[in-house]
Design a protein around this ligand. Structure first.
Ligand code: UTP
Length: 470
């Protein structure tokens, strides 16, 4: 697009300020800025900004239609039957792992892709290595190929690729790990103006984990899966090292449980309390959906049943099974998942001076789509309740809740429980205290307690305060 065309288009959407420094740029910088401006989804942004003034109804009828989700508890299903179905699908090579790792990890404050963060209790393996080991262990156990798709963002793609290269692709085989980039959206000021990150560059943020639907399609990943007869996608996020990269029970339920339409299935855990900041599975108009914690009206979030437990208890842990055809259908129908907005600190150019400003408080709106908004697009979906201590310990914050420290403790406690189930005595410094040994279990040693029972290297006893890596 030529300068004049871009100028007119920007003007008609009230974004002319993006060319404030155009005349001071080199020819190459000018070209680059024009290309970025020409690619902006200005109509969509204008629609989005216009919607900001509509106040969402948080009371009355809109609430009345939100009902508790139909949740299937893992302990109530015929585990042997569904595990067998899941294992058949895995052995047939029909499953791919898919990890979203394009986020910016701002709360953790780790200045590199989150997947490179050292997360395990003793050997300090990175999150990428933990999942690489899970996938290698699953390949060995079920004697099959399981490719790993990892979504990055333009902001962390090269650093992620370098990390995998430096670690020899974690012995998975380079050709079986496919890194691809998600899209971006411009960051906006609170009054809807697109921000500049430099005089010749638009401030862009990754378009959210919901960007996976489009990125899986445009990167050719879905087509590649189709060629390789992969029809089931095991989805998890990079920041939860307790996630089972491959779970035969879940995959079997996704494939064959009557509640499942075999399109998308999800795992949930009971919320810690009404205020826990996780999305909540609910039902509206006969469809399952996830409501962000900030969107669930307080009276619903806090509602309790006769036994005092939360009515809307089903906290999303961002683990899903998708069928490939379902994602293909969403991508080809051009389904845009709805955009959510988040207030963030975004460094941006001061238009009066041209200097880069580092904000100290939230100054910008980031637009993102969320993968869980695909759930109501399925005819039916299975929601499986699982145990938090077995499957959910995300690393979100630098300290406090959901931090590296709580995650390390959760990994160690799970390992201790599995060892106890195998007959190992885990001593504690006080009778009623929690585990105080630090234990790290490699997925290559065992993917679950049953597999651990077959391990030849189990100790008889782990002393209180002992450090043990297996
Ligand atoms: P979060 O929403 O927790 O974001 O992502 P984050 O980037 O890890 O951390 P904050 O919010 O900046 O502190 C949950 C998962 O979704 C991925 C993340 O990499 C993480 O695995 N994600 C998030 C993407 O892949 N792309 C995105 O645009 C956003």
């Amino acid at each position: 697009m030529q300068l004049e065309q871009v100028r007119l288009r920007l003007a008609s959407f009230g974004q002319s300020h993006l060319l404030t420094f155009y005349d001071c740029l080199t020819a190459r910088e000018q070209e680059c800025l024009l290309a970025q401006c020409a690619a902006l989804p200005l109509e969509m942004i204008a629609r989005e900004v216009a919607s900001w003034s509509h106040v969402k109804s948080a009371t009355g009828d809109a609430n009345a239609k939100i009902e508790p989700a139909h949740v299937v508890a893992a302990r109530t299903v015929d585990a042997a039957k569904y595990c067998a179905i899941g294992e058949q699908i895995i052995r047939a090579g029909r499953v791919a792992c898919f990890t979203v790792a394009g986020g910016q990890g701002t709360r953790l404050g780790w200045n590199a892709p989150k997947g490179t963060f050292a997360a395990t209790p003793i050997t300090r393996k990175s999150l990428f290595e933990v999942f690489a080991e899970c996938i290698r262990a699953a390949r060995i156990r079920w004697e099959c190929a399981i490719p790993w798709y990892v979504m990055t963002s333009p902001q962390n793609h090269e650093a992620t690729r370098t990390f995998f290269q430096e670690h020899g692709w974690f012995n998975l085989g380079e050709g079986t790990v496919r890194l691809f980039e998600q899209g971006t959206l411009p960051s906006l000021s609170t009054d809807g103006k697109i921000l500049l990150s430099a005089c010749d560059a638009i401030a862009l943020n990754p378009d959210g984990h919901g960007g996976a639907v489009r990125a899986l399609s445009t990167s050719g990943a879905l087509a590649e899966m189709q060629r390789e007869n992969i029809d089931t996608i095991s989805y998890f996020q990079i920041d939860n090292p307790l996630a089972k990269a491959i779970d035969p029970l879940f995959l079997g339920l996704h494939a064959a449980h009557p509640e499942s339409s075999n399109e998308v299935s999800s795992k949930v855990v009971a919320k810690r309390d009404a205020n826990e900041k996780v999305g909540v599975f609910c039902r509206r108009a006969d469809r399952s959906l996830v409501m962000e914690y900030s969107d669930l009206p307080a009276n619903l979030a806090q509602a309790v049943g006769p036994d005092g437990s939360l009515v809307h208890f089903a906290g999303s842990i961002a683990i899903h099974a998708f069928s490939r055809p379902f994602l293909e259908r969403l991508a080809s129908a051009g389904h845009e998942l709805p955009l959510h907005r988040a207030s963030k600190k975004v460094p941006c150019v001061n238009l009066a001076t041209g200097a880069l400003t580092e904000p100290t408080t939230a100054n910008a709106i980031k637009l993102e789509s969320f993968i869980f908004d695909a759930v109501p697009l399925a005819a039916r979906s299975l929601i499986l309740e699982t145990a938090r201590e077995e499957e959910f310990a995300p690393i979100k914050n630098a300290d406090g809740e959901d931090s590296p420290a709580t995650c390390v403790r959760a990994q160690s406690n799970r390992a201790a429980r599995w060892l106890e189930q195998c007959g190992v005595t885990i001593e504690r410094s006080a009778h009623d205290a929690g585990y105080d040994a630090t234990i790290e279990l490699s997925p290559l040693t065992a993917l679950d307690a049953e597999q651990l029972a077959k391990c030849q290297r189990l100790p008889k006893c782990v002393a209180a305060g002992e450090t043990l890596a297996l």
